[in-house]
Write a protein that binds this ligand. Structure first.
Ligand code: SF4
Length: 217
């Protein structure tokens, strides 16, 4: 499978960064805990819904800290994050994360110092944090990781790159410089939302076009 596919998508997609909650939170000076909360809010829902839930929390709490989440009544927390869906389950998850953060005192600097592999292990030990969530956090604090979401999985399978999370993540990591992991991860998601959509992919306007094994002319 050709590395050219990366260049074709890279050249065609103009990234709309403000549509992605994790980099927006990170770049606006959000803490590591706020970043993790944002990523948990975006699990299994759109960034648009996650933004609404996150903004509700910000309006109510100011800074979203583990202590503030811990003392917030669970019912109120669930109401605030309702726009993200599965609000009761998600509020329990945020409560558990707040407890974990209060005992571990993790910071971006500590994660960076321990390196990607150990930082990933630490994040994976937190409640409700799987591979994708851990990798989104890592790449947004500047550590090398290539998170694979549903859009990227679909595109990678259509390109014939691989089928599993680890295969797909590794394929991109092997072909991009680490400083481009975050940007290209976001570009691929945007490409999946706009062009290589789940239903009726827009192959006629796709920069990869007939070179793609799944092209439908
Ligand atoms: S040619 Fe079609 S299936 Fe292949 S990447 Fe482009 S939009 Fe997706």
């Amino acid at each position: 499978m050709s590395r050219d596919f990366i260049d074709l998508v890279d050249g065609a997609v103009r990234l709309r960064l403000d549509e992605f909650i994790a980099p927006v939170v990170r770049r606006s000076g959000g803490s590591l805990f706020e970043l993790v909360v944002a990523v948990v809010l975006s699990q299994n829902t759109s960034d648009k819904n996650a933004f609404k839930a996150f903004e509700n929390l910000k309006r109510r709490l100011g800074e979203i800290t583990p202590e503030a989440i811990r003392v917030l009544p669970e019912r109120e927390l669930a109401e605030l994050i309702r726009p993200a869906g599965m609000h009761k389950q998600r509020s329990r998850r945020l409560k558990a994360l707040a407890e974990a953060f209060m005992t571990s005192e993790i910071t971006p600097a500590k994660l960076i110092n321990m390196g990607a592999a150990e930082a990933r292990r630490l994040l994976l030990g937190l409640p409700g944090v799987g591979k994708k969530t851990a990798d989104v956090v890592l790449v947004n604090v500047g550590l090398p990781a290539f998170p694979v979401d549903t859009h990227i999985t679909r595109i990678a399978r259509r390109w014939g790159i691989g089928r599993t999370y680890d295969e797909i993540s590794r394929w991109f990591m092997d072909r991009l410089p680490p400083e481009r992991y975050l940007e290209f991860h976001l570009k691929l998601i945007q490409f999946g939302r706009d062009v290589c959509t789940a239903k009726k992919p827009r192959c006629a306007m796709c920069p990869v076009g007939p070179r793609c094994p799944s092209y439908k002319g």
